[in-house]
Design a protein around this ligand. Structure first.
Ligand code: NAD
Length: 286
């Protein structure tokens, strides 16, 4: 069994980004800039945002964290995004989700300039991704694709079962796998007999937020398991959606939690920010 080491791979990606940033500064005098908007005081969101800002700094990317109280109106948030869209030194804009209930997430995400949409959640980028055109890819599924590439896991003609169909992980994951010519089955909480789908899969990607849902007896021998889930147990320990101990002997490859898909996400966000910075000239001509 091969452990898919997302931590090591993420460090490699961060080193790549550092070199790309140095090149951009040297050749085009462009320092990539990322704005992160944090609404409210959700502890988990604040931790994610702090870690994004730290990774930007280490990579030589300029970043600003714009904190807003959860009493902010939707219009005030949209006005902030508009200003950021117009600010030429900001290449990427990211709104940390979830947003407070009185704010319409769709309207907010659609307000971001698609050329600055480093999270890849704007319908423009989602549409281009589904059509297999160049676009910003959502960081988590993008990270999983990079993992497949790095570990030479061939996708063409493989049966892949994606468990979970959220807009952030499951759906974009399925689209990227379809583009890679895999045969894709997408399951959700209404799926009948989940095991019948996972047993037929060469690769299972699970992103549901249910600790240890995937067991070894739901897998075929030699399956690849990609566990996107991050769940905090009452003990404070982090665990995945797959029962690692139960699955590992059935697998050819498996991601640990923590240290698997999680660390990849920030690395791919940095990649997207550099990509956005390369588009700065295109944006300015618009
Ligand atoms: P979500 O709640 O938006 O969606 C969950 C999906 O799982 C839904 O489609 C639901 O129908 C499905 N589901 C729920 N229970 C199921 C069951 N018993 N059987 C089959 N399907 C079931 O969640 P999300 O935002 O996609 O996140 C999923 C998990 O991935 C969470 O643990 C989250 O913390 C984690 N996550 C990790 C990263 C990362 O690694 N960087 C990024 C995003 C999300």
């Amino acid at each position: 069994m091969t452990l898919l080491d997302g931590k090591a791979l993420s460090n490699k990606i961060k080193d790549e980004v550092k070199v790309e940033v140095e090149e951009l500064i040297k050749e085009k005098s462009v320092t990539p800039g990322l704005a992160v908007i944090l609404v409210g005081n959700d502890a988990a969101s604040a931790t994610y945002v702090a870690s994004k800002a730290k990774s930007c700094k280490n990579a030589g990317i300029y970043s600003v964290v714009h904190e807003m109280p959860d009493t902010i109106s939707q219009d005030e948030l949209l006005e902030t995004i508009k200003r950021m869209n117009e600010n030429p030194s900001l290449d990427g804009i990211l709104v940390q989700l979830p947003l407070p209930k009185h704010i319409d997430t769709t309207i907010v995400l659609e307000a971001i300039d698609p050329l600055k949409d480093v999270d890849g959640f704007h319908p423009y980028n989602v549409g281009r991704m589904v059509s297999n055109l160049d676009s910003f890819l959502p960081a988590t599924p993008f990270g999983v694709m990079r993992m497949f590439q790095e570990y030479n896991i061939d996708l063409k003609g493989k049966n892949v079962c994606v468990i979970g169909s959220s807009d952030i992980v499951g759906k974009p994951m399925a689209a990227l796998l379809i583009n890679a010519k895999a045969t894709v089955t997408v399951c959700n909480s209404s799926t009948k007999d989940l095991a019948s789908h996972t047993k037929a899969a060469d690769i299972v990607v699970i992103a549901v937020g249910v600790p240890h849902l995937l067991k070894g007896d739901m897998l075929k021998d030699g399956a690849v398991v990609i566990d996107v889930g991050i769940n905090r147990l009452d003990t404070g320990k982090l665990t995945g959606d797959a029962d690692f101990e139960d699955c590992k002997d059935k697998c050819s490859h498996i991601t640990p939690v923590p240290g698997g898909v999680g660390p990849m996400t920030i690395g791919m966000l940095l990649k997207n920010t550099v990509k956005a910075a390369r588009l700065r000239e295109t944006r300015e001509k618009k």
